[in-house]
Ligand binder design. Structure first.
Ligand code: GLN
Length: 491
């Protein structure tokens, strides 16, 4: 397979402008790659290949006429299937939305369209973004392009697998507790979770609204930055959107004198030795560039998974109450009338059949912890601990510029290995979850590979709104390494 569909968008755009390539060439290559690989990978739930080619052709015509096109025009993009696309299926990988066609576009989709990027299709995910492996999908598991026996991570596993396999140049994902960064780490791509409020959530199907954030998935930090600048910014349709400008500075890779905090709680036991080694090597790379390394402490880290698994299910149980079979989505047509109220019977059976087991588990957990008598003991307490976790970061950032950590305690694991043990699965987000609880920006960049050629990412956490800083530190690392340029075997 040609290397074209493995080049970053900024390189492809330049080649088109120089006349070395056409937009149709790029889209054609990406589609060829998708057709060759996706039977084994299952990154996409739905595709719009003909429409994509038509759009590419028409952009070629515009360019030939000398029209000015936006910088990412004609770049093939994959969109996670929990982001609403007008007139195009948006399922959240759930049976309950198997036929849902939104009547409106998410703000990010409007922005993508304005940029004239080309949407290739909607990607597979854990149902309603609940999971860390893309195994919880009504449409089947996504396979890791680096090793088909392994998971791509989750919940944005379809988006990261598509980019890693050259089935898209860029993608959009969403991150509630790690769902962009952890699969980015597992697939060796770059994934950015922006500061809460940076990117509009309007049209993102809500999972846990106080944690959810859409972000870019790309081949390198330059592309992640370009895509952030397109999708980010204030949106009056989202009440939590920040009315602040996006960063504009160029990435320089100048990081001399920057202080990198290493939380002692993160590199302790329970982490795979190879992951630890890769993170430590990355830190050396920055040290050689003149960064100062400093041990810090985030003492409430140990409570973050427990806190998240109260806050997120509470919000989810409320957000998912709307799927009742009445207005849209799946309805069980043959419900049994048990007596009292046939509407309730219909809703019960619809929800029973429409949701998968992980989603039901979360709804039950959330409903329980919000119920009368338990609210103070669980939800209120979790909110208080959330504040302590946020304060840990505030204190730490008084003495460092960035925090560097692993993304996940392990390299990509085998399909089936954790799916029947929710606690084990929940622990795979131990390093990413605190960032969402605190609303901070963080990025996963390709950090290296194990002996079995399995990808391992490195996480950089920034101060609120410092997307530029973390991207620039990532850029410096990228300039000194080639992990982001490697592609899975057989490509
Ligand atoms: N794996 C975590 C969960 O299942 C995070 C998911 C996400 O970020 N969407 O909740």
């Amino acid at each position: 397979m040609s290397k074209l569909s493995f080049l970053p968008a900024h390189v492809l755009s330049e080649k088109v402008r120089k006349g070395e390539l056409s937009f149709s060439d790029i889209t054609t290559e990406v589609i060829a790659q998708l057709e060759a690989k996706d039977k084994s990978i299952n990154a996409y739930i739905s595709r719009r290949l003909e429409a994509a080619l038509e759009e590419a052709k028409s952009l070629d015509e515009s360019l030939a006429k000398g029209e000015d096109l936006p910088s990412l025009a004609g770049i093939p993009l994959a969109v996670k299937d929990n982001i609403c696309t007008r007139g195009f299926l948006t399922t959240c990988a759930s049976k309950i939305l198997y036929n849902f066609v939104p009547p409106y576009n998410a703000t990010v989709v409007e922005k993508i369209k304005k940029e004239k990027m080309i949407i290739i299709g909607k990607t597979n995910m854990d149902e309603f973004a609940m999971g860390s492996s893309t195994e919880n999908s009504y449409f089947g598991t996504t396979h890791n392009p680096w090793d088909y026996q392994r998971v791509p991570g989750g919940s944005s596993g379809g988006s990261t697998a598509a980019v890693a396999a050259g089935e898209a140049i860029m993608a959009l994902g969403s991150d509630t507790g790690g769902s962009i960064r952890q699969p980015a780490s597992f697939c060796s791509v770059t994934g950015l979770k922006p500061t809460y409020g940076r990117v509009s959530r309007y049209g993102l199907v809500a999972f846990a609204s106080s944690l959810d954030q859409i972000g870019p998935i790309a081949r390198d930090v330059q592309d992640a930055y370009l895509l952030l600048k397109i999708i980010g910014g204030y949106d009056p349709c989202d009440s939590t959107s920040l009315p602040l400008p996006l960063p504009e500075e160029q990435l320089t890779g100048k990081v001399k004198g920057k202080i990198l905090g290493l939380p002692k709680e993160y590199l302790s036991e329970g982490i795979d030795p190879k992951v630890k080694e890769i993170v430590e090597k990355a830190i050396k790379v920055w040290e050689e560039m003149g960064c100062v390394i400093k041990e810090i402490t985030l003492p409430h880290t140990k409570y973050s998974v427990a806190t998240y698994y109260i806050v997120a299910p509470c919000e989810a149980s409320s957000n998912l109450a709307r799927y009742d079979g009445v207005q849209y989505g799946f309805r069980n047509p043959e419900y049994t009338i048990t007596g009292q109220n046939p509407v309730i019977d219909m809703m019960e059976e619809t929800r029973d059949q429409g949701f998968g087991s992980e989603v039901k588990r979360r709804i039950m957990l959330g409903t329980f912890t919000l119920s009368h008598g338990y609210f103070e003991a669980y939800y209120l307490k979790a909110q208080k601990v959330r504040t302590l976790i946020k304060e840990d970061f505030e204190k730490a950032f008084q003495s460092c510029d960035f925090i560097v950590t692993p993304v996940s305690p392990t390299p990509p694991f085998k399909i089936g290995e954790k799916v029947s043990d929710p606690l084990k699965m929940y622990l795979s987000d131990i390093f990413t979850i605190p960032v969402n609880l605190a609303g901070l920006p963080a990025i996963s960049i390709p950090g290296g590979f194990t002996e079995q050629n399995l990808p391992v990412g490195v996480q950089i956490i920034g101060k609120p709104l410092d997307e530029y800083g973390i991207l620039n530190l990532g850029f410096a690392f990228q300039e000194a390494t080639d992990f982001h340029k490697r592609t899975p075997h057989g490509n």
